[in-house]
Design a protein around this ligand. Structure first.
Ligand code: SDX
Length: 429
């Protein structure tokens, strides 16, 4: 709703633009009618000052370093909840009661298997394919199997597609991992919880019993929760834009996975750990800090900085504590990489360059240390981010599809190309 206006004066003419009031956070100037009334566009590449939608799902305050899922602070959910309960909250808007949780958990558990023929898609990839390449391909291919949940105008089909995606992404991510290391696929097990099931599908082999360590399963579950949703980030915006054309949910999530892969986004967890391993020891940190500040050097401190957070990423704080716990549990608290990470963080947070640009560690800075300690190769870090974020993508997609004002997303441009000109004969060129 708008109870006040912002006045724009252009060539002597005034335009009163409604100002929309949020529950909390910045107000928004509604420019939807601007082009029709004033024949001008706004210009905001990278969308640094642009709200693409209204949403009730996730709220971030970058200055305070706050993140809420449906109003609940991430710190409280990390402490008291678990991933499937967070999935219910994100998808349906409220925390479930006991009965609702049991029904939801039972539904997810019984959708974790994938169509047996999906296995053949993996066989077409080289074994050394990056698991994210496999994930993009196989998740997109789900639309070739689950035809009974691709009609986006049927709320029942939208719901079953959501359940299938939340349930099957861990199975597909584990299959991508197993395929990349030449081990046989491991089927999901209904007697294991969501995170334990994922660890079992990744690390068990037919030759022997594999017992999931409950503490590692808890740490895995926490990583899933911390990555579940994050407002209108690049991959979520990709899912919304793909969904605005009416594309089926499997194709939209595949588009989100493709966007997440970039090192500036979800691919940063792999890049951050590889950077820490390349630095190798504390005494080499100054050399890398120098490079990060050098305008002529494309090197950036991976895992640092954020478009929204100009304070600590609250997820990084929780992740840092979990890293200490997991490495102590595994008896590798003297892990050199963790030492480099902590010293790099300490130096960066005192360095004028990083302080002035408000570059703090983000969610990707510590996650890789935990995942590596659990036994995952760096190539599996972003697939794990993707499976965690699927519930966020799906929740945002459902919110957009259900919006009666929804329309296809179609930005305009500032054209700076050639003026109109006539076609010259070759002899005249
Ligand atoms: C995620 O959006 C989300 O919510 C994403 C995410 C989610 O949950 O979905 O939170 C997940 O993607 C986290 C971010 C992971 N990416 C990285 O860790 C990669 C390293 N970080 C950067 O590439 C960068 O900080 C971004 C991409 C994260 C943010 O970039 P912005 O907001 O476009 O900022 P910018 O590139 O304009 O940088 C501002 C300034 C620049 O210097 P000046 O041009 O002003 O002189 O800060 C500098 C940059 O050069 N800078 C860095 C830096 N990040 C920014 N310098 C060194 N190292 C860095 N990491």
């Amino acid at each position: 709703m708008a109870d006040k206006a912002a006045r724009l004066t252009l060539e002597g003419k005034d335009y009163d633009l409604p100002v929309l009031t949020p529950t909390v956070g910045p107000e928004c100037i509604d420019i939807r009618k601007l082009y029709a009334e004033a024949d001008v566009f706004t210009f905001d590449p990278g969308f640094t000052s642009t709200a693409s939608c209204d949403s009730t799902i996730t709220y971030i305050d970058g200055d305070k370093g706050e993140l809420w899922y449906r109003g609940y602070p991430i710190e409280q959910l990390a402490e008291n909840s678990h991933y499937l309960e967070v999935c219910y909250l994100l998808v349906y808007g409220e925390l479930p009661n006991k009965q609702q949780m049991e029904t939801f958990e039972n539904l997810i558990t019984r959708h974790t298997m994938v169509h047996e023929q999906l296995h053949y898609f993996f066989r077409g990839f080289r074994r050394d394919s990056h698991p994210m390449a496999t994930m993009v391909g196989v998740v997109g291919a789900m639309s070739a199997f689950y035809h009974d949940s691709t009609d986006i105008n049927d709320p029942k089909q939208r719901d079953i597609a959501s359940i299938r995606l939340i349930a099957k992404l861990p199975t597909l991510a584990a299959m991508a991992y197993k395929y990349s290391i030449g081990q046989p696929f491991v089927y999901p097990r209904n007697d294991l919880d969501y995170a334990a099931n994922f660890l079992h599908m990744c690390f068990s082999v037919p030759a022997e019993e594999y017992k999931v360590d409950p503490a590692l399963a808890r740490a895995m579950d926490l990583i899933f929760t911390l990555h579940a949703d994050h407002e209108q980030n690049a991959s979520t915006s990709t899912v919304r834009l793909a969904g605005s054309s009416g594309a089926n949910p499997f194709a939209c999530i595949a588009a989100g996975i493709a966007c997440l892969w970039g090192p500036a986004h979800g691919g940063a967890n792999q890049a951050a750990l590889e950077m820490l391993q390349e630095i190798g020891s504390v005494d080499r940190i100054p050399e890398y800090i120098k490079r990060a500040k050098d305008k002529d050097d494309p090197f950036r401190l991976m895992g640092f900085g954020h478009r929204v957070y100009k304070n600590f990423d609250p997820r990084a704080k929780v992740m840092k504590q979990s890293a200490d716990e997991v490495l102590a549990l595994l008896g590798i608290e003297n892990n050199e990489t963790l030492k480099v990470a902590k010293e790099l963080e300490r130096i960066a947070l005192e360095d004028e360059y990083f302080v002035s640009k408000k570059l703090y560690p983000n969610v990707d800075f510590y996650s890789g240390i935990i995942l590596s300690a659990m036994g995952f190769p760096t190539s599996m870090f972003t697939p794990i981010f993707a499976l965690s974020r699927t519930v966020g993508w799906i929740s945002q997609w459902k919110e957009m599809i259900a919006d009666p004002q929804g329309k296809i997303g179609r930005p305009r441009q500032l054209y700076v190309g050639a003026d109109r000109r006539d076609y010259p004969e070759v002899s005249a060129r």
